[in-house]
Each structure stands twice: as C-alpha cells, then as structure tokens.
Write a protein that binds this ligand. Sequence first.
Ligand code: UD1
Ligand code: UDP
Length: 382
Amino acid sequence: MASSIDLKILRKENLGRSICLIVGTRPGIIMFSPLFRACVSKGLDFFTIHTGQHYSYNMDRVIFDTLDLPLPRHHLQGIAEKKYHGAQTAAMLEGVERVLLEERPSLVLVGGDANTNLAGALAARKLHIDVGHIEAGERSYDWRMPEEHNRRMIDHISNLLFATNEKGATRLKEEQVMGKVFVTGNTIVDAAYQNFEIAKRRSKILEVNGLEEKRYCVLTCHREENTDFVENLTGVLEGVGKFALDSGLPVYFAAHPRTMKRMESFGLLEKVKNFQGILLREAPGYTDFLRLLSSAALVFTDSGGVQQEACIFKVPCVTLRENTEWTETLDIGANHLVGTEPRRILAGAAACLEKPGTWDVPFGDGRAAERILDMCQESISG
Ligand code: UD1
Ligand code: UDP
C-alpha cells in the first residue's frame, strides 16, 4: 500500500477500474445528469463525490430528486461555511483527496469551470489519477472571472479533454495542453433534451404564477462580476425593471441565493420587491426552470448554461456580460451581449423581440455523454 511507506501519490497498480464523477454545483449536477444515466445503462463501475459547494435544496438535492438520479456515495461536509475562493477550494481539495485515497478510481471526471471542478481535478492530478475535463477549451478571455482561472488550470492538468466543438479543440492544441483532445459535443445539450420531457410532465410553474406562454420574460443573474459590484447589479435591476414597465411583459426574476444576499446587503431588496412587473422569486428547481425558460418571450441572463438552453429552446437571449464562452450563439443571432448598463439592456431586448427564434441549434446532437464515456472506457482499458 502506498500509505504504508508514506508515498504522496498512487501508482497505476494501486488503482481500481472505477470512474469517479465529481459534482457540487447546480450546473455541474445538471450537466452530469446524462452521464449518470449513461453510466447506469452501460453498467459501468462508477461512483460520485459531491463537494458540498451548493447545498440549498433548489440548487442541489431537487435535481437528484426530480430527475431520479443516483445519489452521491460521498458528500463532503463543512464546505458551505467557507467564504473565500481559497478556503472553499482548499477544503474541497482536501475532502476529495481523502475520498480518492479510499476509493482509488482509475479516472476522475469533472465538468465545467466552478471551484468544485478545480478542486476535484487538482486532487486527482496530485495523486497521479487520470483526469477528464468535460467542457474543456471554452474561454471568455475575461481575467476578472474565477471561472476563467479555473478553466485554464483544469485544462492544463487534464489527461482527457472533451471539447464541445472544433473551435475549443483547436484552442486547446494551440495552448499546448498535455492531455488528449476530443470533440464530443456538450452534455448540457443532452441534459436539455432528456430533461425537458420530465419538465413538461411535472412542472406547474406557469400555472402557479399566472404566466402565459410567450407573454413573460425571465431574469437570472448570479456571476460575481455582476452581483458583487453594486453599480453592476443596480444597472441590471434598473435596465430590466424599465423593460418590464415599458413592454408590459412581466419578468420572472429567478434569484440565485447569492444574488438575494447581495441585494439585501446593498439595500436593494425592498426596491426590487416593489418594482412593478418584476416577479422576484427564489431560484426554482431545474425542471421548473426548464419549463419557465422554454415558454418565455425572452431571457436576460449572465449564466453560461442558460445561454445555451435559451438557444436550444429558441428563446432570444440578452446576456448581461461583455463576453461569452458560447460565441456560436452570437454568430447565429440567438444571443446579444449587453453588459450591465440599462440603456444597452433595453436596446438588446428590443433587438431580440424584433426577431423570431429562427436559428438552427449549433450545439451537438444530444449524444455527448455516450461519446465521452466510450472514450473513458477506452482510456481505462488501454
Ligand atoms: C458558482 C460558480 C459559478 C457558477 C455558479 C452556478 C465558482 C467560482 N463559481 O458560483 O461559476 O456559475 O456556481 O450557480 O465556483 N449559496 C447558497 N446556497 C447554495 C449555494 C450558494 O446560499 O446552495 C450562496 C452562499 O451565500 C454562497 C454564495 O451563494 O456564499 C456563493 O456561492 P458559491 O458556490 O461560492 O458561488 P456561486 O455564486 O454559486
Ligand atoms: N437553473 C435552475 N434554476 C434557476 C436558474 C437556472 O435550475 O433558477 C439551471 C438552468 O436550467 C441551467 C443551470 O441551472 O441548466 C445553469 O446554472 P447556473 O446558471 O447556476 O450556472 P452557470 O451555467 O452560469 O455556470
């Protein structure tokens, strides 16, 4: 055993043949939902570590419950109390390492750009366990974003890099990553296709809120650059508030817990509650959100996942950022980058409402998870 002679790494002969899936945030659990299903249907030896980064019911457990996903074998504790990026990432790194030493999988899979994924990939790398990165090669080139730091670091310590498209794959090769690069499509697309049927069957969110198909809009806003700078958050709220008033279309504000907390500490919460036309609500669970989004006239968002889902459901998207990883949505006119200034938000929304959603969806075919797991199996047995 490696530990008996105090080695800090594991050798190939110390490892089993299982695959470890690492999740911990809302988008991570959602993008892994097709992988869980494919692991089960292929009869693979797999287990899940939940890092505990997200913990509120609607951000986490509701996704497992409504989609009937296998629960994680390991769930790290004490992460929610960690306030700073370093403390949070360090606690998850230590927790994941402890589990990996116990389980000794052959391969660790992480997906996306959250701190959870950096912690998971780094824990595996340090132990000499192979790492696979899903959604590799995406870049915003925005150095303010913690997600951009994470993506770059994960890509450079991964053995298997699953790019969503050729552009990402080319970028990774230009950056001279060490691992093998594959183009697989994106599992968030598989997730949207698979889970929309469940959403249509289960969700009553439109009825409960008195919303009519295509006669309302949706707002999500949770990125650090937007929520933690009062001028940016105020710009978003004023711009979208004015849009609701002028257009007569109510805006369902699906507020992330982070955003609720920031609005409260900046003294904006009461004002937003009283905005005419804004329906301020705690972020709903995933299947409710899919139903809400797919029937909306327009979405305002700074979310990566929501930009892609809007494109899939042919809902015009106004992105509250100056850049995006998902540039293909811009190329086809499905998405408009407007930042956080009210004037630009209003102009972006007007441009979107003029155009019906006629684009062809530029993302994969809904079979990315299958492809990724086939490559993982090949790598394990190779
Ligand atoms: C994280 C990711 C971001 C991703 C987002 C998805 C990083 C650096 N950021 O941001 O890329 O887009 O998840 O939603 O990893 N909170 C709760 N309950 C929860 C989760 C969060 O109350 O279940 C509150 C807490 O006050 C917490 C704050 O939100 O401190 C921020 O949470 P954190 O996980 O640090 O970052 P996110 O903003 O969720
Ligand atoms: N989502 C959700 N409830 C909401 C808003 C979004 O379940 O109120 C889902 C959405 O369908 C998408 C995912 O969360 O699949 C996107 O995650 P998020 O916006 O938290 O993170 P990002 O994609 O920006 O990293």
